[in-house]
Design a protein around this ligand. Structure first.
Ligand code: HEC
Ligand code: HEC
Ligand code: HEC
Length: 75
């Protein structure tokens, strides 16, 4: 029972917590990106971001900047 509860917690955690970009990507140069004033709307100017990732619009408003991503993600 205890074991099942632990599994349930892990499954819940993995769906509720934000992914770490560094799991799959090179570390994002946040300073450089902040200088470029990158936000969710402009990612696609330089990357095929929307092709690869579907963002939950409630959490990810278009004006959200790259420095704010770090509040929830390991960039
Ligand atoms: C589970 C693995 C995974 C995670 C975690 C992940 N990505 Fe990706 N991402 C991919 C794959 C696969 C692609 C498409 C292939 C590629 O271009 O590398 C992609 C593509 C991208 C692209 C477009 C790349 C390009 O050169 O056009 C951007 C930007 C991006 N991801 C940003 C992020 C950010 C920001 C995060 C963290 C919030 C993140 N990714 C987390 C797997 C991941
Ligand atoms: C003005 C162009 C520009 C904008 C806008 C921009 N980037 Fe980048 N990004 C770059 C460059 C240049 C690099 C470094 C070279 C490379 O690795 O492609 C880079 C690298 C990255 C990488 C790591 C490289 C990789 O493919 O693993 C990620 C992830 C990334 N950017 C995400 C984002 C996200 C998310 C946004 C929007 C919030 C964004 N970028 C906006 C130009 C841009
Ligand atoms: C308030 C917290 C929060 C902020 C700020 C935030 N995210 Fe997220 N993000 C999440 C959560 C939680 C998830 C996973 C659950 C979901 O998709 O609903 C997620 C998922 C993602 C994914 C994975 C989508 C997929 O399934 O492929 C990417 C990519 C991503 N976010 C990019 C960004 C970028 C880029 C920024 C900054 C411009 C950002 N996030 C800012 C909370 C946040």
């Amino acid at each position: 029972m205890k074991y099942l509860a632990m599994i349930a917690t892990l499954v819940f955690a993995s769906s509720a917590f934000a992914v770490d970009c560094v799991d799959c990507h090179e570390k994002i140069n946040v300073e450089e990106h902040a200088e470029m004033e990158a936000n969710i709307e402009t990612c696609n100017d330089c990357h095929s971001f929307a092709d690869a990732h579907e963002l939950d619009a409630d959490l990810h408003t278009p004006d959200l900047t790259i420095t704010e991503c770090a509040d929830c993600h390991e960039l």
